[in-house]
Design a binder for this molecule. Structure first.
Ligand code: FO1
Length: 320
């Protein structure tokens, strides 16, 4: 039995929206220049908005890493305006999706490049490079894979309808991932996972943001086949999610949304779980690190990421 004792040169992080983007930013800042960071982003939230191909989670990560994300919302661009949406409202059209005017440029270019036959992974790499993002940002898949939500009040909803239009208030009765069986990992995703010295599951919603990534079978298999540590950072503190519906939706689906419940949800996918100090006595069955996991400032993101890296590096894990 050999223990993997490589230093952390290659780190791969699975990220959803705002919480994932914050830790991705921290990892980017905390890793030495010589290390490679690859972010695998969720595309289960992607949708068409009046023909525009919108990839909310990829853009949230990209804007955050580029330092241009909206400082309050976490998604969209800093200092953006909403004149296009206001004009849609004048026409009596749907205006519930607050796409910023400058954000339209990103989505126009994505739509244009996809229509010209380029895969999402290539488009994402191009956009990220133009914004000066120096880490790898890969969509989990170039294939269609859409999170769908069945609700008590409205029946089946597209993800953004559930999340934004109805502000995640409907009661979720079922969640599934359309297209998951056929979806292949985007080029570079499995290679990055195989090459990784550490895999991090960011503090994103386990069922809405991380599970779509894991539903790409080859991604789950690559993580299960790892011989390096895989650690997840909790998206909850006590009974509260940082942002969004993690606790509400997991409860509606009969899942335990406590730190211990989320660690159990990931099960054999993880070797360690990072929880808030408040949750250190939460009955965790997995090796864990308790620290302050709030990421309200850039410094806090970098500190948390640095602690995660130092912790994982120290225990050089898993028998092959
Ligand atoms: N989230 C909202 O809650 N309201 C919005 O109006 C909204 C607009 C939006 C526009 C572009 C974009 O990239 C993301 C946007 N988001 C908005 C965030 C996004 O829909 C969700 O946070 C994610 O899909 C869940 O991670």
């Amino acid at each position: 039995m050999a223990l993997n004792t490589r230093p952390l040169n290659d780190v791969v992080a699975l990220a959803g929206g705002v919480g994932g983007a914050k830790l991705a930013y921290g990892l980017m800042r905390a890793l030495p220049d010589s290390a490679h960071l690859t972010i695998i982003g969720n595309t289960g939230d992607d949708f068409r908005y009046y023909g525009l191909a919108v990839s909310p989670d990829l853009d949230t990560v990209m804007y955050t890493l580029a330092g241009v994300a909206h400082s309050v919302n976490g998604w969209g661009l800093h200092d953006d305006t909403r004149q296009m949406v206001d004009m849609l409202r004048c026409y009596g059209e749907e205006s519930w999706f607050g796409l910023g005017d400058r954000d339209i440029a990103t989505n126009l270019l994505r739509t244009h490049m996809l229509a010209a036959g380029k895969p999402l992974s290539e488009v994402t790499a191009w956009l990220a490079e133009k914004l000066g993002v120096a880490v790898g940002l890969l969509p989990m898949t170039d294939d269609p894979l859409a999170t769908r939500v069945d609700t008590l009040e409205y029946g089946v909803l597209e993800f953004q309808e559930y999340f934004v239009r109805h502000r995640w208030q409907p009661t979720v009765t079922r969640l599934w991932y359309d297209g998951a069986e056929a979806a292949q990992p985007a080029p570079g995703v499995v290679e990055a996972l195989r090459q990784a010295d550490l895999i991090v599951i960011c503090p994103s919603n386990p069922v809405l943001s991380v599970e779509p990534i894991l539903q790409v079978r080859a991604i789950r298999e690559a993580i299960m086949a790892r011989c390096v540590p895989c650690v997840a950072v909790s998206p909850v503190i006590g009974a509260t999610a940082f942002k969004g519906p993690t606790v509400k939706i997991m409860g509606e689906l009969g899942l335990d949304a406590s730190a211990a419940g989320i660690a159990a949800y990931y099960g054999a996918l993880i070797d360690g779980f990072v929880v808030d100090d408040q949750d250190q006595r939460a009955g965790l069955a997995v090796r864990h690190l308790a620290t302050d996991i709030r990421m309200d400032t850039p410094e806090a993101r970098e500190r948390l990421a640095g602690e995660v890296l130092a912790w994982a590096e120290a225990w050089k894990v898993r028998a092959e």
